[in-house]
Write a new protein. Structure first.
Length: 544
């Protein structure tokens, strides 16, 4: 190692005399010298996968599975700085206590057992040529030089750069993206619940009108029915999607206020600890008048926007790989990366998938930034990487997103299943099936409505509010959803159960599917029973 450092120093001395001290080449050489003095371990593998979210983990498992079918044993390194995988669509359920940590955040040790994939707990720092990369350990004091035959980048996207662009957002808004965020949000909701028990009416702002903001708003409203909850969004929540009318009706039923505006700055009032959000109306472009005391919030939750994660934020770290204007890796329809320099005719042995890449030229339908798309891309990347390693590079697959519809939580046991758009391949098949199911379940809802509104129930002041507040529904009745205005969607309690069951089936391993299925049944039943018990207790207190 000492000899290597001396060689670098000698090279820098020569370079200084030739190109001057401000040369980019000299800067890179100095970087290499600093890194060389820290590298404590060299590691080699056949395939290095950077990032272990949906894209990275499912790719690693698919490669291992397919390689074994071919009788080949590969050394697959899965690089991620966390010990746990996070099944993001169930992060709301973990926060509300209706899903267990074992279901939502299993450890990589559990998931990778007997798969031939090894987990390296480190952060991907930068590529070092097209056959190696540098990884940083958690405290950034040690560096691993990882060599590979092929590499996959799936570092995803995070809200950190978006938060950093809004003054005060990083300090005073609670993001909702990681396991740690879920527990921090749970603690905030516990504090708000304490305020409710003290006779206060806490105010919470949730910023972001996409899937994340809508699901979080619905779950929080269900968890804290006496709180004042406002969803702040640049446009109507879920605008332009099949879910827009359903979400609008369901949020109104839950008492969530929706405001169309942009956040300019977030401040904290040091005298009372409450938070002020300066914002501009997106309807007329004017600033919203902030009346101190009436427009202060006890907590602000952030779900709005994300951008590619480090190291894609620094071009110098990607060793000449082509990046889009938004900082995503440019890939072709086989999801393989390319160099930004046209003079480099060969393609690097690198692929990318998920939120950190952009397919050029654009393919139709454009894949959404969702777990569903990443899981589908994982199979394509796995096939193409193995074709490269097994000298069958001409035998590659192209990626085409298959819209299977979407699901979302609408608070408590309720959820929604949304069919794919009519113009997609499966739309003409699945949408009529969903509509037929909705009609049948609507009959059940009508019977349920008759029971709720019957004289026997209505005259019982203790029971009627409890039944109504639980909002149980088969086809949307309990959510206040008008089925006529929401074609191709199915909402209610049965949809919520189906959502959990489908997510259990999408878990990465058979063992995890069993854990998720069991947890979904038990935790949901317990949560609903507790909710009913709390309402009964509240009702009894009221009448005493």
């Amino acid at each position: 190692m000492i000899l290597l450092i001396l060689q670098f120093l000698s090279l820098i001395t020569s370079a200084t005399a030739f190109v001057g001290s401000s040369s980019p080449l000299l800067s890179r050489l100095r970087q290499d010298v600093a890194l060389a003095s820290q590298i404590y371990d060299d590691d080699e593998c056949d395939i290095a996968i950077m990032g272990a979210g949906f894209g990275g983990l499912y790719t690693a498992l698919a490669i291992s599975r397919e390689a074994r079918k071919k009788g080949r044993k590969l050394d697959i390194a899965l690089v991620d700085n966390s010990d746990r995988f996070v099944f993001l669509p169930l992060l709301y359920d973990l926060t509300m206590g209706t899903a267990s940590e074992g279901e939502v955040c299993p450890t990589y040790k559990e998931l990778l057992e007997d798969t031939g994939v090894r987990h390296i707990k480190a952060s991907f720092d930068r590529f070092r040529g097209d056959s190696g990369s540098l990884l940083k350990k958690e405290d950034n004091s040690d560096i691993i030089n990882l060599s590979f035959k092929a590499s996959v980048v799936s570092v995803g996207a995070t809200p950190q750069s978006i938060l950093g662009s809004i003054t005060g957002a990083s300090e005073f808004a609670q993001p909702f993206y990681t396991r740690e965020d879920a527990y921090s949000t749970r603690e905030i909701l516990f504090q708000m619940d304490q305020k409710v028990r003290q006779g206060q009416f806490p105010r919470l702002a949730i910023i972001g009108g996409g899937y994340g903001g809508v699901e979080l708003a619905a779950c929080v409203a269900r968890r804290l029915p006496k709180a004042n909850i406002t969803l702040i969004s640049r446009g109507p929540p879920m605008a332009g999607t099949r879910a827009e009318p359903l979400v609008d009706q369901a949020l109104k039923k839950l008492g969530v206020n929706c405001e169309i505006s942009s956040v300019d700055e977030i401040k904290k009032n040091n005298s009372n600890g409450r938070i002020t959000i300066e914002r501009s109306s997106n309807l007329d472009g004017s600033s919203i008048d902030i009346n101190t005391g009436k427009d202060e919030w006890d907590a602000v939750l952030w779900t709005a926007g994300s951008a590619p994660a480090y190291p894609l934020t620094k071009n110098d770290n990607m060793d000449g790989l082509a990046l889009s204007s938004s900082g995503q890796l440019i890939v072709d329809e086989t999801l393989r990366c390319s160099f930004s320099n046209d003079d480099r005719k060969t393609m690097p042995p690198m692929w990318a998938l998920g939120d950190c890449c952009e397919i050029v030229p654009v393919v139709q339908p454009v894949p959404p930034k969702t777990a569903q798309a990443a899981i589908q891309q994982a199979d394509i990347v796995a096939f193409n990487v193995l074709s490269k390693l097994f000298d069958q590079e001409r035998n590659t697959k192209v990626f085409k997103f298959q819209d299977l519809g979407t699901m979302l939580s609408l608070g408590g046991p309720n959820g929604a299943i949304l069919g794919p758009l009519e113009e997609t391949e499966l739309g003409p098949l699945l949408v009529p099936l969903i509509d037929t199911a909705r009609v049948g379940l609507g009959v059940v809802d009508n019977l349920f409505a008759q029971i709720v509104n019957s004289p026997e129930i209505s005259k019982n002041d203790a029971v009627a509010p409890i039944v109504e507040n639980l909002g149980l529904s088969m086809g949307g009745y309990g959510l206040g959803v008008d089925p006529v205005s929401t074609p191709g969607t199915l909402s209610g309690t049965l949809s919520g159960v189906s959502r959990r069951a489908i997510y259990a089936l999408r878990m990465p391993t058979n063992k995890q599917r069993a854990v998720a299925g069991t947890s979904a049944f038990i935790s949901s039943a317990v949560a609903l029973a507790k909710e009913a018990s709390d309402q009964i207790q509240s009702s009894n207190d009221k009448f005493q």
